[in-house]
Structures are given as C-alpha cells and as structure tokens.
Design a binder for this molecule. Structure first.
Ligand code: COS
Length: 378
C-alpha cells in the first residue's frame, strides 16, 4: 500500500497548479460575473494536454490515467469550479468513445476532442428524466441508413460549445430503459439546435444548455457500440464522471481552505490575528480533516478505475463525501471571512455557490446513497 503520488504525478500537480494560478485564477471572477464560456482557457488546456489525459497517445491523447485526471481537475477547481467542470465533463465524451466506440469512431473523434481543440459533451438528462435517467424519451428511429432524432435534452454542460455530443436516445421506445442507445451528433447537423441557456446559481461559465432535436438525421455509423446498450453505457460513463466531480468538489474545498488560512494570518481582530482565536482555528481543523478524508476516497475510486476494477460504489461514495465536504468547507470558509466573505471582492461566495452543484449534478447525493446502499445490501 502506498499513499504517495509518484514523481510524475507530483510534477503533473505542479504543472496544473501553475496553470491554474496563471491562466485560470485571473479570469475566474470575470467569467463568474458574465457567464462567459472561457474558450481560450479550454484551448490552452487542449494545448498543454489536459483535455487528453486518460486517452492513449495513439488517439491524440496525453496518456495517463484517472488519478492524473483527478490531480489536474482538483488543482483547477481550487481557483475556478466552473473551469474544472468544463474540463471534467468534457472528458466524458472521450471516455465513452474509448470504451464503447468502434476503431473508426476512435480514429475519427478522439484526436479531435483530446488535442484537436474540439469540445465533447454527453447528454442524458431530459425535462422528465433527471434522477430517473431511464425514463428518457428522446427517440432515434432507424430509417434506411440514418437515425432520425426527436426530443429535448436539458441541463447539458458545454452542449452549446461541443463539436461532438454523445446522446442517449431510444432506438426501441417500447422497451423503456432497455431500448436506449448512444448516438453521436455533430454540431451543425440540420434539425439539431441549442435551446435555452440556463441562468444558474453557480459555475456560471460552464454554459448549461437545452438541446433540441427535430427530425435530426445522423448516419447510422454514429451509433456507439450496439443498439439498446445506451443505459449501461450511460451508467458506466457516470461511474467515471462522478470521480471527476468528486475531484472538482475536493478542489473547491481545498481552495476555500487555502483562502481561509491566508485570511486568518492577515486579519487582525481583538489585537491579534484570527489564527490566535481558538474557535476559528478549530474550523480550520475541521475543514482540513474533511478535505483529507475526501481526497483519499476520490483517489481510491480513481485508482480502482485505473486498474480496471468495478468502482460504481466507490465513485458514488467519493462524490457523495467530497460534495458534502465542499458544502461544509466553503460555508465555514465564508464564515471565517465574515462580512468580507459575503462580498464579491473575495472569492468565497463564488466558491460557496459553485460547491452546491456538486451535490446535484452527475447524480444527486440522494441517488448516490441509493447506489451505495443497493451495492452494500446486495
Ligand atoms: N454500470 C453498468 N451498468 C449499470 C450500472 C453501472 N454503474 N448501473 C446500472 N446498470 C445496469 C443494470 O445492471 C441494469 O441492467 P440489467 O437489467 O441488464 O441488469 C440496468 O442498468 C438498469 O439498472 P437499474 O435497475 O439499477 O436502474 P434504475 O432505473 O433502478 O436506476 C439509477 C438506476 C437510479 C442508479 C440511475 O437511473 C441513475 O444513476 N440516476 C441518476 C442519473 C444521473 O446521475 N444523472 C446526472 C446527469 S448525467 S448528464
């Protein structure tokens, strides 16, 4: 058993930390305020190789594994939860193609979404199919050599920016979740439009949109793997994606702790720095302990995925716990900052808002408890 990062992982962490300080932090407040998608940061993440982590070099990726992805996502989340979300969620598309796609699909899509600067997205949720993902009603009916898509997806992160989208749609509607399949739709395909851009509480810059399919025709070669395996692919993809959101939550919490330590050393009240006040220093102890526990669950889930073992339960545990940690830690950090924490001059209120989504997307905390309890009880 070894709890240490390897030399290569420590080097990657240093690179990611410097990138976050130089490229992410300076615009974090601006993109939060305006909701602007930071395309230039995405392009820089593509150039430095972050968007290709976990994809083999032969497909244009940067190699590496899920622990590497956790390291990079959490470092970026320390400075900006939205940018970390953009990176983490973008990689779900390549994970699906890598695991279930044909050789032709890997050759076609992976180089573009890893090092080619194209964004990928994954669309499962619908207005009436959120936690009950299997209730998705978007259809993809085969007509000769094409699938015709009809329906609406909602809350899709990066959907308006993505060149390629993996859509979960029903090819056999009478079969319910057992009729769902995964189909790639390319930006600009006639019949595919972007609907409402959501106005959210946090992660403003991640751009969350509605996707509308109105007799959208795509070649049948865009089917990923075989028909009616879409729900299994979606669940498998979410097992991995939940580790990414766990890493995002971990990073947000770490960022809030760092800000609090800095502030407590600088801020003087009652004639002494806040560090001399035991009530507040105990908050720091609580925050640091929660973060350390969250880190090892996230790393453990990433380790299991890396070595190819089942990680459904551990990914759910990692995200459940890291999201809870992010909420508690950002709340305490804001409290330590007092009135200043509530003001937009400091990043705390942004971190607090950004943390909340980690308890909701890629599965709510309640869904994770369902997944964990089913596994433990079975
Ligand atoms: N990996 C692979 N297959 C899985 C799986 C996983 N992690 N979880 C379930 N499956 C398979 C099951 O094995 C079952 O297949 P078989 O009938 O062939 O055995 C099938 O999927 C249906 O599973 P289940 O009966 O558990 O489905 P439920 O409808 O009860 O729901 C939950 C499963 C609730 C866990 C699922 O709908 C879910 O995760 N919901 C949250 C969705 C979500 O996270 N959305 C976030 C947005 S993503 S853009």
């Amino acid at each position: 058993m070894d709890f240490k990062l390897t030399d290569a992982q420590r080097m990657l962490q240093k690179v990611a930390r410097e990138f976050a300080e130089k490229e992410v932090q300076p615009i974090a407040a601006e993109i939060d305020k305006t909701g602007r998608f930071p395309r230039e940061t995405f392009d820089k993440m593509a150039r430095i190789g972050f968007t290709g982590i976990g994809t083999p070099l032969e497909y244009g990726g940067s190699g590496g594994n899920d622990i590497d992805k956790v390291i990079v996502v959490s470092e970026i989340a320390k400075k900006c939860g939205a940018t970390a979300a953009i990176l983490s969620i973008h990689t779900v598309f390549s994970s699906i193609i890598q695991k279930f796609g044909s050789e032709e699909q890997k050759q076609k899509y992976l180089p573009q979404v890893t090092s080619g600067g194209c964004l990928g997205a994954f669309a499962l949720t619908e207005p009436n199919a959120g936690s009950d993902a299997g209730a998705a009603k978007t259809t993809a009916i085969l007509d000769g050599d094409e699938y015709i898509l009809n329906g609406t997806k909602c809350f899709i992160s990066g959907g308006g920016q993505a060149q390629y989208l993996a859509i979960i749609a029903s090819t056999q509607p009478e079969k319910g979740l057992k009729g769902l399949s995964t189909i790639v739709v390319e930006k600009g395909t006639p019949g595919f439009t972007i609907g409402k851009i959501e106005d959210k509480m946090g992660i403003h810059a991640s751009e969350t949109v509605e996707l509308i399919f109105d007799n959208c025709r795509v070649p049948k070669e865009n089917l990923v793997g075989v028909e009616v395996k879409g729900f299994m692919m979606a669940m498998n993809a979410l097992d991995g994606a939940r580790i990414g959101i766990g890493a995002q939550a971990l990073g947000i919490a770490e960022g809030a702790l760092e800000e609090s330590v800095k502030y407590m050393k600088e801020r003087v009240q009652f004639g002494k720095p806040l560090t001399a006040l035991q009530g507040l220093s105990w908050y720091i102890a609580e925050m640091a302990t929660k973060i350390e526990a969250a880190r090892w669950l996230v790393y453990y889930a990433a380790h299991l995925k890396t070595i190819g073992e089942k990680h459904t339960k551990e990914a759910a545990m990692a995200k459940l716990n890291a999201a809870d940690t992010a909420r508690v830690v950002t709340n305490l950090a804001l409290q330590i900052h007092g009135g200043y924490g509530y003001m937009r001059d400091y990043p705390l209120e942004r971190m607090y808002r950004d943390a909340k989504i980690t308890e909701i997307y890629e599965g709510t905390s309640e869904i994770h408890k369902l997944v964990i309890s089913r596994e433990v009880l079975s």
